[in-house]
Design a protein around this ligand. Sequence first.
Ligand code: FAD
Ligand code: FES
Ligand code: FES
Length: 494
Amino acid sequence: MTQVTNTVRFVLDGEIMEAQGVRRTTTVLDYLRDDIQRTGTKEGCAEGDCGACVIMVGELNAAGTGIDYKPVNSCIQLLPALDGKSLKTVESLKRADGSLHPVQSAMVDCHGSQCGFCTPGIVMSLTNMVQTNTSPTRSDVANALSGNLCRCTGYIPIIDAALKACSQPVAALKVDDQADIPLLNEIRRPQHPTLSLDGDIVVQPVVRTRKGSEFVSPSTVDEVAAYLTSFPDAKLLAGSTEFGLQVNKQFLRPKNICYLGNVTSLGEVSETAQAWTIGAAVPLATVEVLVKNAYPDFSEVLRRFGSPPIRSTATLAGNIVNGSPIGDTMPCLMALGATLTLRKGAATRSVALQDFYTGMKQSVLQAGEFVTAVVLPKPTAKQVFRAHKISKRFEQDISATCCAVAFSLNGDVMTDVRIAYNGLAPSPCRAPKLEAVLEGKNAAQVTADALDAAIAASFTARDGLRATWAYRSLVARNLVMQFVEEAATSAQEA
Ligand SMILES: Cc1cc2nc3c(=O)[nH]c(=O)nc-3n(C[C@H](O)[C@H](O)[C@H](O)COP(=O)(O)OP(=O)(O)OC[C@H]3O[C@@H](n4cnc5c(N)ncnc54)[C@H](O)[C@@H]3O)c2cc1C
Ligand code: FES
Ligand code: FES
């Protein structure tokens, strides 16, 4: 069982590493490069955009017999969050006999590297992919590389290299980690809270400085609630894709950081016949797969959310609480009638996401209160759900707007219409005046003029850095028209 040692313990290539004296906001990238001289991992942007810093983070599978990996941007991940996990960097790929991993050999053979700055990150993204997908299509490879920018080689030789590597036996593609498994079992984090003699929960820190700043990593929701009761200003850390950015670019240094990634129940999805309950630490990559059949458009919005290293850690709850006006998951969740489960102390309450925001980056969340889950209703009979994100670049880009529309189609008549957008108002929101244009009508009765008038009456015209208002309002209208017309056509053809 993990001891409280004020030491971050993780496994690196068959060895338990003990990082002592690190700050609570030390990034994994800084630790790798500055403290242990693993300089193969590069720093390009320090904000999760370029992929030069991609590494693989491993966690024991449920049986404790193998390791599940995900690609992460080490520049925006905090080292204390690694406690109890394992790490693979580009240096880890060298075999005992000095030979290269098949992905590296293929990169050489296919001339996949010129200046080489992007290469370690690209190799790690591809090596991560082949741990689970050993016969990828070109499109799979492009998706795996969507968070890796290469300025000089161009992607064709790199994609060729990935496919060539996969001609090797499956066993050769696996990273060497047999020695890591018992060590991960040894440093596994405790599953239960520590209790004082009075029976109170004592949340043990991973890192605590002499000035009393600390990073805690609880295992249960009760511990999180107890910690926030003691420290209502503590900052919660989930996937770190926004938090890490603020650490690097805005020098965010909260006194108390409470990491949710080790709270087992928050990493789970449960379901009833009516809904999924998605824990607040479930990564978007899992949600993308979860909703693929029921809501393919939502899954597609998630596939275009950031990149694989972003989606491997980023959460719905983090996106929602961060509350950016262009947050991408909220329009889909609002149109689908999602609710949030909030916890404060021993009390829980449920809030509809559409009622969550009170202004730009402001919400009904109280001090010491946090999101434990997002409840997403399952599709109902006759329900149509459509969504699309408009951005200049297909992946790894910020929305001009994302529109989501849900309604029931009875014959050709639309009822129970819900429309939501991001990018048009200070926070993502529903658009009741547009909903009224559709409610009780068929597609032929919905006119562009009526939608334009509803948009003008609903939102304040504002040009932005990413799009003019003329463009935003035009695509906002056209997306609704497109969804309505396509639903009518599909219904006629059925
Ligand atoms: C390169 C890059 C690409 C991105 N692309 C997109 C994109 O395409 N679309 C988009 O919408 N966003 C994007 N983002 C923004 C970011 O990834 C998302 O907002 C993400 O969902 C945040 O989730 P997280 O788990 O990483 O949150 P964190 O960074 O861990 O936390 C974000 C905020 O939420 C709070 N928080 C987290 N969990 C809880 C909880 N359970 N209860 C209460 N508060 C909580 C934290 O305290 C913090 O204030 C991108 C970011 C980067 C760096
Ligand atoms: S340094 Fe660019 S993504 Fe990390
Ligand atoms: S090889 Fe130079 S950036 Fe990719």
